[in-house]
Design a protein around this ligand. Structure first.
Ligand SMILES: CC(C)(COP(=O)(O)OP(=O)(O)OC[C@H]1O[C@@H](n2cnc3c(N)ncnc32)[C@H](O)[C@@H]1OP(=O)(O)O)[C@@H](O)C(=O)NCCC(=O)NCCS
Length: 169
């Protein structure tokens, strides 16, 4: 367990963070979705999100916060306007940490950083989406006050994956 958070920093992502983001994405997605998303599709999704994809996303205005530990980027959060119409104006699209840095309280920092970013843009009311099979993520959001709101399905290859939204009024 960490005794201090003094080495932890949240900062805005820059286009030259592309390689670091691609690496966090790859490690975290392999670990999280290995037993959920069919392997070939998972590999394709990871390949698409290389360094250039990330640099381009940041250049085009996507909001990305990085979490650094001892100067090394180990997690990120992306957020912005909700993708579905309704009373929940802000959405955290993605929150991912390298597996070795999970369970240490860093996710909480990132989550609060994303919320502050949404508040600053007056995007009130938060929604997040997670695959129903990703129970650790659902538990994480539940313990931060999110409550299940709706569900839908994504089809990835032959798999039909249930997605759940959680909301904070
Ligand atoms: C989901 C995720 C972002 C959560 O981040 P995390 O850093 O693992 O979560 P935290 O450590 O902040 O919180 C988990 C628990 O650790 C506890 N914790 C806090 N500080 C701690 C410390 N110093 N040492 C150990 N545990 C600590 C927290 O109290 C928290 O418990 P609680 O939820 O009962 O309050 C992260 O696990 C992750 O990247 N998972 C894989 C990707 C994923 O599923 N993302 C979501 C997709 S929708």
């Amino acid at each position: 367990m960490l005794s201090s958070s003094s080495a932890v920093r949240i900062r805005k992502g820059h286009p030259d963070d592309g390689a670091a983001l691609a690496e966090i994405f790859r490690e975290s997605w392999l670990h999280t979705y290995r037993s959920i998303i069919p392997p070939l599709h998972l590999e394709t999704m990871i390949r698409r999100r290389g360094a250039d994809w990330w640099s381009g996303a940041i250049r085009s205005g996507d909001l990305v916060d990085l979490l650094e530990f001892d100067g090394k980027p180990v997690g990120y959060g992306t957020y912005g306007p909700s993708r579905v119409r309704g009373p929940y104006k802000g959405e955290i699209y993605e929150l991912y940490l390298i597996p070795a840095y999970q369970g240490l309280g860093f996710g909480e920092h990132l989550f609060e950083g994303c919320r502050a970013g949404l508040d600053a843009r007056r995007l009130d009311g938060l929604i997040v989406w997670a695959l129903a099979a990703n129970t650790p993520a659902i538990d994480f959001y539940w313990r931060r006050g999110g409550r299940p709101h709706s569900s839908t399905h994504d089809r990835i290859g032959r798999a039909r994956l249930e997605k759940i939204s959680l909301v904070w009024p």
